[in-house]
Ligand binder design. Structure first.
Ligand SMILES: NC(=O)c1ccc[n+]([C@@H]2O[C@H](COP(=O)([O-])OP(=O)(O)OC[C@H]3O[C@@H](n4cnc5c(N)ncnc54)[C@H](OP(=O)(O)O)[C@@H]3O)[C@@H](O)[C@H]2O)c1
Length: 256
């Protein structure tokens, strides 16, 4: 379970562990990893937390070597990812003068490396581990309701569209080993990430409140509802190559 130290990832990891899956959570922040360990101990969950960077081939290889030594790998949830809001082009504020501002290559590469290359590296090691162990396991990739494109989201939406393409491609390639690959695409969730950003930026909170009326169900989702979909993907033996959308029917990527 990558990115399981906070937000959606933590909710999914906790749910899986509660249902009896022996779960290893991967994350970066030592303090958050420690909190997950303390939670697992307090709640007596079969959950451990290990530091690994999904954007580093070496780190991913090392952690999968260790995880597959500890037992059979039945499930890999590729969740680590972070949204980035950037316009492709932006006019500078009038009082500052200067020329047109553009989306930096650095922002593009940082987001694609985490949200797409990370999924590739982790998915590849997970699939290889399952095949070596003779396990017909499942890979669940967390996409986004914005994968079809969204205003101000070049890098993130391209990466998530790539995640959905990888899901389909791997379902074709790995079916022969009995490995299923499923994507879960959440809409906006009323979770840790949204609450933190809305508290820090009241303007963002107002924008998001306005956006809610474009969701057919009229509310944001919960992390538990996404965890339900991950469990379904993990457990239904005839589902592969699909994208399960958990987004209340929207919202659209562009609201005029
Ligand atoms: N929140 C939403 O409304 C929403 C909607 C649609 C899709 N999603 C998708 O759901 C997933 C989780 O989103 P979230 O909002 O829960 O994110 P989040 O709160 O920002 O958490 C991101 C997680 O990824 C981990 N992470 C970041 N960089 C990493 C790296 N290089 N290697 C290993 N772990 C790393 C973080 O660990 P550390 O804290 O230890 O660094 C953290 O556990 C993402 O793929 C996101 O695109 C979220």
């Amino acid at each position: 379970m990558t990115g399981g130290t906070r937000g959606l990832g933590l909710a999914v990891a906790r749910r899986l562990a509660t249902e009896g899956w022996h779960t290893t959570v991967l994350g970066l922040d030592p303090g958050r990893l420690e909190k997950v360990r303390a939670m697992a101990e307090a709640e007596q969950l079969p959950l451990r937390a290990v530091r690994a960077d999904v954007t580093s081939e070496e780190s991913v290889r090392e952690v999968f070597a260790e995880v597959t030594e500890t037992g059979p790998l039945h499930l890999c949830v590729n969740n680590a990812g972070r949204n980035l809001s950037r316009l492709l082009l932006r006019r500078p504020r009038q009082d500052t003068g200067g020329g047109l501002l553009t989306h930096s290559l650095e922002d593009w590469e940082r987001t694609v490396r985490l949200c797409l290359t990370g999924v590739f590296l982790v998915g590849r090691e997970a699939a290889a581990g399952m095949v070596r162990q003779g396990v017909a396991g499942t890979i669940v990739n967390v996409s986004s309701g914005l994968a079809a494109g969204a205003y101000g989201q070049s890098a993130y939406t391209a990466a998530k569209a790539g995640v959905e393409a990888l899901t389909r491609t791997w379902s074709y390639e790995l079916g022969v080993y009995g490995i299923r690959v499923v994507a879960v695409a959440p809409g906006v969730m009323d979770g840790e990430a949204l609450r933190e950003k809305s508290t820090a930026l009241p303007k963002h909170a107002r924008y998001m409140e306005g956006l809610k009326r474009f969701v057919p169900l009229g509310r944001w989702g919960t992390e538990e509802e996404v965890a339900d979909a991950v469990c379904f993907a993990a457990e239904n033996p005839y589902v592969t190559g699909s994208v399960i959308r958990v987004d209340g029917g929207g919202p659209p990527g562009w609201v005029p």
